[in-house]
Design a protein around this ligand. Structure first.
Ligand SMILES: [Zn+2]
Length: 227
């Protein structure tokens, strides 16, 4: 069940820390547009990995000089460990998106703990490192989930802009959503929609028009920063 990522609690995790930091431009020299970076945004892709979608997504990101955060489901990390390694090898950051993508706010603390901890283990066992970021399915959270996140040293990450790719957004609409990002902000995307894959070649130019580049998500602040 991958539909209906409702934009609840948008930016909940990050709003409190939205203090504009000083931007250290031109420190990173890896991406093609590094010299023009006056700020960073976080591209995020949820619900992978898979043999069907991950290779093409990684190829598109690499070819366009983009790095992103992949919020993996534990069940898929366990099933497709080579794709987790491929994500890491392609320079992506890997976060925890629960094991089976349930509505965690309807679960007991023990169930939530299992969803979180099994995913930490699956990603680490696959070679993706131990995640420091957690994205709750559907953006749904509560105090019980936040206590479990804290137990595992995870920073909760929601999003500032919802691309609506899960809801049938066109490629143009996804690019438009990218164009709304400001320094430090994060956009929700998924690894499975074809329109998302088609939008990727247009992302660098869209960001460059605003002096922005793709960055990593800081576990300290939940904001996008230089890679
Ligand atoms: Zn999801």
């Amino acid at each position: 069940m991958r539909a209906a990522h409702r934009p609840l609690l948008t930016a909940l995790a990050v709003a409190a820390t939205a203090v504009a930091g000083t931007v250290t431009a031109a420190v990173d020299t890896t991406p093609a547009h590094a010299a023009g970076c006056t700020g960073y945004v976080g591209l995020t892709f949820d619900d992978g990995p898979s043999n069907a979608q991950t290779p093409a997504l990684l190829n598109a990101l690499r070819q366009n000089g983009l790095r992103a955060t992949m919020f993996n489901e534990g069940r898929y990390a366990a099933a497709y460990p080579a794709q987790v390694r491929a994500e890491a090898a392609a320079g992506m950051w890997i976060g925890n998106h629960s094991y089976t993508h349930p509505h965690l706010t309807q679960q007991s603390q023990a169930q939530i703990d299992s969803e979180v901890s099994r995913t930490q283990q699956a990603i680490a066992a696959a070679g993706g490192g131990t995640p420091k970021l957690f994205r709750p399915p559907y953006g749904e959270t509560n105090a019980t989930l936040q206590a479990v996140e804290a137990k595992y040293g995870l920073t909760q990450i929601v999003w500032d802009v919802d691309s609506q790719d899960w809801n049938g957004a066109s490629t143009d609409a996804i690019v438009q959503a990218v164009s709304r990002l400001a320094n430090g902000q994060l956009i929700l995307m998924h690894e499975w929609p074809a329109n998302t894959l088609a939008a990727i070649p247009r992302i660098p130019q869209t960001l460059a028009g605003k002096g922005l580049c793709a960055g990593r998500i800081s576990p300290q602040t939940g904001r996008a920063v230089a890679p």
